[in-house]
Design a protein around this ligand. Structure first.
Ligand SMILES: [Zn+2]
Length: 432
């Protein structure tokens, strides 16, 4: 296959020849041999290594009404992803070799995007005893990321044991940092707006206290910690401090925490008290958003992860207090990152590739992903047109769910094509 006229990381136009799923040749545009059996015209699009998500909820098994491995990987492919980490809070919970292998196999079967299961840290996400971490690591799914995401491993002794245990197979514990007592019944960011709206506040300290504790624990036992969906300026300061000590701590931020703020709960184009903005951790303040953007730019926060959280309409279109928390994100992530980080001058395309492909693959220990687009590398490639602009239309999503906060917003950029080991999964912006 020949992929004509693309700009790797926004550089000079080239032609990429793909043979047997690998990049076989990269030549100046117009000079490659045109006899390839299949030709894709990149029309000057930016080529990035296929995106890698560290934080996706695919909902299967158990909540196939919200998403399945099939629809979730279709959604991922449309967003430019070639690998996603599937979170463990399914029904049953992914806390055994059997469940993680089932999820991994489904991903292989559909072949749209590699699905790397995340294993639960504790049995049933109940926070009482460690799950079979070693069995999941040794399974066909080769689990390396462990998380009770959706819930916090708040017991310090269990967290310590998990951090110690994963060292044996170079794993990492990904913590959903939420002190449960400080956030009991919490509904939105604790601040001026929650006070005015009379909604129970979700204080920044509930996140920051756990992150500080876990950084100290990870350093104490010499293990790897990954912090999920960092949402406050204070969390950034703690992570910056931990990194300055040389500790093995990485962190992610979601696209929505890079763009949206808590005042949308009070007033938005979608009305007030609209549960489309209800998410865990909650949307924070403008000052937090600024701190998160700067931290992603300077490397304090390592990666963008979507926290793609599909929910059926009946779970979101209800009163605020009863609504489920979460937003879909795979199909809008790159556009939101362009809006928040590239069009603001904070990141270039090489920086985006680093934070949405190279580093997440390294944290998840996915050797076949996140590789520079060079001869010999797997042809995991996304072609992206940053000059496109379009209104977000959830009815066009491949995801089974529609709970996007960007409906009706105009966002930049469009994924034109995605290739998984040379096989097109998306062409002309549509599933291939
Ligand atoms: Zn979470």
């Amino acid at each position: 296959m020949l992929i004509k006229n693309v700009r790797i990381l926004g550089g000079d136009p080239v032609d990429i020849t793909v043979v047997n799923g690998l990049i076989a040749e990269i030549a100046p545009a117009g000079t490659a041999d045109g006899d390839a059996p299949a030709v894709v015209d990149g029309r000057g699009a930016i080529a990035l290594p296929g995106l890698v998500d560290l934080h996706t909820h695919l909902r299967e098994p158990g909540r196939e009404d919200a998403e399945t491995v099939h629809t979730g990987t279709q959604s991922a492919a449309r967003g430019g992803y070639t690998a996603v980490h599937a979170m463990a809070n399914t029904m049953p919970v992914a806390d055994t070799a059997g469940v993680v292998e089932q999820v991994w196999r489904l991903g292989q079967e559909f072949g749209l995007c590699d699905v790397q299961p995340v294993g639960a840290v504790t049995v049933g996400l109940e926070g009482r005893q460690l799950a079979e971490l070693g069995a999941m690591a040794d399974s066909a799914a080769r689990v390396r990321v462990f998380s009770d995401d959706g819930k916090c491993v708040d017991d310090a002794v269990l967290m310590r044991r998990a951090l110690e245990y994963v060292k044996a197979f170079d794993g990492v514990v990904a913590q959903h940092a939420q002190e449960p007592k400080l956030t009991k019944d919490a509904q939105m960011n604790e601040g001026v707006i929650s006070g005015r709206l009379g909604l129970a506040g979700w204080p920044a300290v509930a996140e920051e206290a756990i992150i500080a504790r876990d950084c100290l624990l990870a350093a104490h036992v010499g293990s790897r910690l990954h912090v999920c969906h960092v949402s406050t300026a204070g969390s950034v300061e703690i992570i910056r401090w931990a990194k300055s000590k040389g500790w093995n701590v990485t962190a992610e931020v979601t696209p929505h925490h890079l763009l949206l703020t808590d005042d949308l709960v009070e007033q938005s184009p979608n009305g007030s008290y609209n549960p489309i903005y209800k998410v865990n951790p909650p949307l924070r303040t403008r000052a937090d958003v600024e701190a998160l953007r700067n931290a992603l730019a300077d490397g304090t926060i390592d990666v963008v992860a979507t926290d793609h959280a599909p929910h059926p309409v009946e779970d979101k279109e209800t009163e605020w207090a009863a609504a489920a928390m979460g937003m879909v994100g795979l199909e809008t992530a790159l556009s939101v990152v362009q809006e928040a980080m590239v069009d603001t001058g904070l990141l270039d395309w090489a920086g985006v590739a680093e934070r949405m492909s190279v580093t997440p693959a390294r944290i998840g220990r996915l050797s076949g992903h996140g590789r520079a687009l060079e001869v010999g590398a797997p042809a995991n490639i996304v072609l992206y047109d940053p000059s496109a602009r379009a209104e977000v239309d959830p009815s066009a999503f491949a995801s089974k769910s529609r709970n996007t906060p960007y409906e009706g917003m105009t966002l930049p950029g469009r994924v034109l094509a995605t290739f998984l080991r040379g096989k097109p999964t998306v062409l002309e912006g549509k599933l291939a």
